[in-house]
Design a protein around this ligand. Sequence first.
Ligand code: SAJ
Length: 401
Amino acid sequence: MKVCFMGLGYIGLPTAIIAAKHGIQVIGVDINPKVVEMTNQGKLHIVEPGMQELLQEVVSSGQLKASTTPEISDAYFMVVPTPFKGNHEPDISYVEAATRAIIPLLKEGDLYVIESTSPVGTTDKMAKLIFDLRPELTDKIYIAYCPERVLPGNVIYELVCNDRVIGGINEVSTDKAIAFYSQFVQGTLHRTNCKTAEMCKLTENSSRDVQIAFANELSLICDKAGINVWELIELANKHPRVNILQPGCGVGGHCIAVDPYFITSDFPMESKIIATAREMNNYKAFWCAEKVQNTMLKFELEHHRKPTIAMMGLAFKPDIDDLREAPAKYITTKVMQSCNNADILVVEPNVQEHNVFKLTDYKEAYIKADIVVFLVAHSVFKSLPYDDKKIILDFCGIYKK
Ligand code: SAJ
């Protein structure tokens, strides 16, 4: 079986590698020639533990080849980005462009699957596009949607072990997609229709965003009430059926902070809680920045000098080096813009250097700072001894004090 993956990003490339590892002949396609060149040299262009060795293996065996143009295959997977236009309107133009690129290659019996997170109805739209341009293929090819749910940093394990939800435009399409994935997925393959599968992905991430918003709202309430929110959540979670998540400095990344808008933009009148959760998680980053600025002003009034302040963490979540859409980055930038010539030490232990921020070692910053702001719960921060002579703003529960 020959399979064509359209998109060699954080999901497309690892999935192409795992499929190739399981004996499937793979052509990986990307519009970025650098990505294609690096992949064919067996060099990873993304950071993912254990993936480098697998890539070298499947490239040297000829099982995986990368190209900027698709080749005739038996199955085609759309794993391209689905970003936003300005006003949180989902943009499926990459999915459509990738689909148009392979439509001329389609033949009877082929399988076409979208994996990209997409607004409900996208798979039906692409099926219509295919059959409008290739009417002779109507009911002769199989079309399905299958979202991924892998956690960056644990992709190899989760691609094989996670359950998958697979929804075809009809039963036989679902069967065909399940037959493909069962070649390398050990998790259970759950069958449904394509709209439900599209909504399932959005639901998973929106539910997490709402849960995080609840924790963030609690942190604002506790700050005003003079209650330790970390202790409160730990105690509430002792209840056998309560599982409150952790407050943070906001919600980052290009999944949880993005996917809920796929629902609110299509169902604006119905999705009240989902929309409010998004507002709360965005507001939390603003609230943290305000808190830092007020603390700095208070310090200056009391000590008649500007404080040295350590902004601890820039990544969008603990123990990773990905700064994309990171609230910590937003807060640090806002603080730097607002206070002239205060000494601001920026810390990100998972990144060696940054083209905007001058980075300071986390231990050095902690020692030098009058005010220490914990933005991301990186494990290394937890070894820093609590120093009650410092003013500590702990937005992510390092000390849970
Ligand atoms: N966060 C909190 N408090 C928490 C948990 C997370 O503030 O208790 C924040 C994190 O700091 C981060 C953001 O939320 O800024 C998202 O973190 P995440 O742990 O949800 O990680 P992601 O976005 O890398 O992965 C999510 C996962 N989805 C779910 O857990 C439902 C992953 O399984 C998905 O595959 C991924 O989104 C995706 O690609 O959609």
